[in-house]
Ligand binder design. Structure first.
Ligand SMILES: [Zn+2]
Ligand SMILES: [Zn+2]
Length: 328
């Protein structure tokens, strides 16, 4: 990977990304040796975790980015496991041990992902207790809003939301995450933003509005609801990983890959590569087998298609004995 100059991205009214500056940054996918170095030495770890961190074929390499893809436009060198631990990231402890979701505005299950499903996914993904705060707690709070000057859609100002979240961060919260079906904007000069967070203040807000095909005027299909849930789970897990100090991934195809557009975010898997799995495991200390089982259980219940197969394959490799005993 070589940084020559960084690119500047701006959003123009149509939402199209316009690239300015001479594009001298060029991403080179990492070698196997670089991937291993990013994972770091694992010999002192317990056997199942060691196996879970082996970079086998289940972890796909990153392809060369297309011209509008994230890595063609963002000069990211990647964060190794060692760099992550040396950065002294926030870590949950006995006191700050829970994740909270704060719905903002309506989450009507006919056109929004189910809050209970989002809670259960987040709990399995991070292996932490997850609470959903009542939406009513927001009644009476003033959040600046506007009609988007180009699309006419209603939008909420992220800065106001982050201030309110910070003021009501529960005592036992590791992080408080605002989620909404309303579109967001960070500043009057911006068209929109998918979300905004402060890992230092342990608060963030994410909108699922643009993950709904109906936002772009497309008719819903039988799969729209599942697609919305999958995209929402993905963005929630990706953004919450940033709260743990985990940066974008350049090592494998991974949930933590940066994304410039919906096609690119849809192509990201719902799982972490070995480098980022190790970071999250270091942060929360979960049992890697138990975590994959809980995720498998959730994915099967909600009918996600590819992920259960991937998880079963990983479990067969990581814990062949317990896996065969419990499934026959
Ligand atoms: Zn990100
Ligand atoms: Zn990764």
């Amino acid at each position: 990977m070589r940084i020559v100059s960084s690119a500047l991205l701006i959003l123009i009214p149509t939402g199209t990304i316009l690239l300015l500056s001479a594009m001298a940054w060029q991403f080179t996918p990492p070698t196997h040796a670089q991937q291993l170095a990013a994972i770091g030495l694992t010999t002192a770890l317990p056997q199942p975790l060691q196996r879970a961190l082996e970079p086998q074929d289940d972890f796909e390499p990153l392809p060369e980015p297309g011209p509008s893809d994230w890595l063609a436009n963002h000069a990211e060198a990647g964060q190794t496991f060692d760099q992550f631990t040396r950065s002294l990231p926030n870590r949950p402890d006995n006191h700050r041990r829970k994740l909270y979701l704060q719905p903002l505005g309506g989450f009507d299950e006919s056109d929004a992902p189910s809050l209970d499903q989002l809670r259960r996914f987040t709990a399995a993904f991070f292996m932490m207790e997850v609470g959903v705060l009542p939406p009513s707690e927001w009644a009476g709070n003033h959040i600046t809003s506007r009609r988007n000057p180009w699309s006419g859609q209603r939008q909420l100002l992220t800065g106001d939301i982050l201030n309110l979240l910070q003021a009501r961060l529960p005592e036992d919260a590791f992080a408080l995450l605002g989620i909404t079906m309303t579109d967001l904007y960070p500043d009057p000069s911006w068209n929109f933003v998918f979300g905004q967070a402060s890992s230092r203040d342990r608060v963030g807000v994410y909108s699922f509005a643009r993950y709904d095909p109906r936002f772009y005027g497309q008719a819903p299909t039988a799969d729209t609801h599942k697609l919305m849930l999958r995209r929402s789970c993905k963005v929630l897990a990706h953004e919450t990983c940033h709260m743990f100090g985990i940066e974008h991934c350049v090592w494998f195809r991974c949930l933590l890959n940066g994304s410039n557009h919906l096609v690119e975010s849809d192509a990201r898997p719902l799982h972490l590569c070995p480098v980022d799995l190790r970071k999250l495991q270091w942060s929360t200390g979960f049992d890697v087998v138990e975590r994959y089982r809980r995720l498998l259980n959730f994915d099967q219940q909600v009918g996600f298609e590819d992920e259960p197969q991937w998880l079963e394959k990983r479990l067969r490799f990581i814990a062949p004995h317990s896996w065969s005993r419990d499934t026959h």
